[in-house]
Design a protein around this ligand. Structure first.
Ligand SMILES: Cc1cc2nc3c(=O)[nH]c(=O)nc-3n(C[C@H](O)[C@H](O)[C@H](O)COP(=O)(O)OP(=O)(O)OC[C@H]3O[C@@H](n4cnc5c(N)ncnc54)[C@H](O)[C@@H]3O)c2cc1C
Length: 466
């Protein structure tokens, strides 16, 4: 059989994971990438934010030290009241780590024989891509299969223009020379909430401007309430029902004007008001690829677009803006295009995590699905405060919540709010993915004492009784 040729636009998780699969399946693969391998996920969004949060998390552990009987003293024996982050050192680490991860991906692609072209790609036809390289020259590439994985970029509003110094998108914060004295974060979705708490932990005064009743709209309401309480307890000012109208720079600060006329001043503003897909100028509409009104590429569960041979993966599809989902969509696309066994994308089994402190991890059906009758399920919520390990570790906020199909007891979803909830959600995800019952989950040994003991205990309480 002649070797298939695959051209991938974008080297983020959607693109590079697809490239590895396609290369293993024997295709000749070229990745055209504009901004650097790993994409926004590695260079500006996911990896940098989680690295920054690791420093903030480390610092917040000092706050519970005295509860656990530890007094931090300086060389003179005086009690240390505050730990201080040196932002330039933190940012240097963040950027070095991101660059190293990008290089690792490059080496991996190279080892697997994938050709990487640094430049901007666009479709000339469903089987021809033009790459404009960094030196301005162009190359035309023939392709049996094209994958579009060009990601998304921060939404910018005319009334709130970032200047990269005091009015910032989340992609610009890593060049800040010093810790903002008073950061006003606009937007209380996942990115806004994570970064607001990170800067609070690092030592900034933080005001969070949220247009909704509570932070993290769209997430489990019980979980969001825990997080908002923690934010306030730690000194963050949370302004609910406060819609931003404009952000402007003043001499040495910023003013955020709200739609109701109030003004919030600070030294810096961070805009976290969503993303828009990078699908303009790619020639997609010209070759017949259907886009939604939002600009996202329409795809099915095996990542096909409306044009045969053209696939799309990741944030440019708007399916679920997660690196893990982008990678899965990319892998599925290549398996489908190159004739390998393929299971369509199953969003019900996607585990997701919000890296606040405590973290919020979710999988499967949600409380909203249960409340709206999308699924007939029973649920139980166990506060972590009753868990012995949590008590030993001084953990007071958080819970485990499980949903089980009524009558049969199959685990269909869960929420964990805890430190490292991203690790604790895995047994629940396994149960959801493989249709395990609450009895099977409850009948599996957990370590004593452990936080995962609460997952088993919640399952035990959901034992079907009729
Ligand atoms: C602050 C923040 C934190 C996040 N944290 C997490 C997290 O913890 N976990 C998680 O799972 N997800 C996280 N996400 C989401 C995650 O970053 C995205 O879902 C992921 O980046 C999507 O991958 P992608 O491959 O679709 O696109 P991207 O990672 O955006 O990569 C797209 C690539 O395409 C290139 N490109 C664009 N146009 C062209 C063109 N015309 N030609 C050639 N190349 C082009 C770009 O240069 C880029 O390299 C976070 C997002 C944000 C904003």
């Amino acid at each position: 059989m002649p070797q298939s040729s695959v051209v991938i636009l974008g080297g983020g998780p959607g693109g590079y994971e697809a490239a590895l699969v396609a290369a293993h399946l024997g295709a000749a693969v070229t990745v055209v990438d504009r901004d650097g391998l790993g994409g926004a996920a590695v260079l500006t969004d996911c990896v940098p934010s989680k690295t920054l949060i690791s420093t903030a998390d480390f610092m917040s552990q000092f706050e519970t030290a005295s509860d656990l009987g530890v007094h931090l003293e300086d060389h003179e024996g005086d009690e240390v009241a505050d730990s201080v982050a040196e932002l330039t050192a933190v940012n240097r680490r963040v950027l070095a780590l991101a660059a190293a991860q990008s290089r690792d991906i490059g080496r991996r692609l190279d080892a697997d024989g994938v050709v990487v072209l640094r430049g901007t790609g666009r479709l000339l036809s469903p089987s021809r891509v033009e790459a404009t390289l960094e030196d301005g020259s162009t190359r035309e590439l023939e392709a049996d299969v094209v994958l579009v994985a060009t990601g998304a970029t921060p939404r910018v509003m005319a009334s709130a223009q970032p200047d990269g110094e005091r009015i910032l998108t989340w992609q610009q914060i890593y060049s800040l020379p010093e810790l903002p004295e008073h950061l006003v974060v606009v937007g209380s979705g996942v990115t806004g909430a994570e970064l607001a708490q990170a800067y609070l932990g690092l030592g900034s005064r933080v005001t969070l401007v949220s247009s909704r009743d509570r932070v993290l709209p769209g997430e489990d309401a019980d979980a969001a309430t825990v997080i908002e309480d923690v934010f306030r307890k730690r000194g963050m000012e949370v302004l609910g029902r406060s819609r931003m109208a404009s952000v402007e720079r003043t001499g040495d600060g910023v003013v955020v004007r709200l739609e109701d006329g109030r003004e919030v001043t600070g030294t810096h503003a961070l805009l976290a008001v969503g993303s828009i897909p990078q699908t303009g100028g790619l020639g997609l509409e010209e070759v017949g690829v259907a886009l939604r009104e939002s600009g996202h590429v329409t795809v099915d569960r095996v990542s096909r677009t409306s044009v045969r041979g053209v696939y799309a993966a990741g944030d440019c599809t708007g399916v679920l803006p997660l690196a893990s989902v982008a990678a899965m969509q990319g892998r599925i696309a290549m398996a489908h295009a190159l004739g390998d066994a393929v299971a369509p994308l199953n969003l019900r089994a996607v585990s997701a995590n919000i890296f606040t402190d405590p973290e919020i991890a979710t999988v499967g059906f949600s409380q909203k699905d249960v409340d709206e009758g999308t699924i007939d399920a029973t649920s139980v919520m166990l506060p972590l405060a009753t868990n012995p390990r949590a008590k030993m570790q001084g953990i007071t906020d958080g819970f485990v919540k499980l949903f089980a199909r009524r009558g049969v007891g199959t685990v269909v979803g869960g929420v964990v709010v805890a430190p490292r909830a991203s690790e604790l959600i895995y047994p629940v995800t396994l149960a959801v993915q493989h249709g395990l019952t609450v009895d099977q989950l409850a009948g599996t040994f957990t370590v004593y004492p452990s936080l995962s003991g609460s997952v088993a205990e919640a399952a035990r309480q959901l034992h079907p009784t009729d």
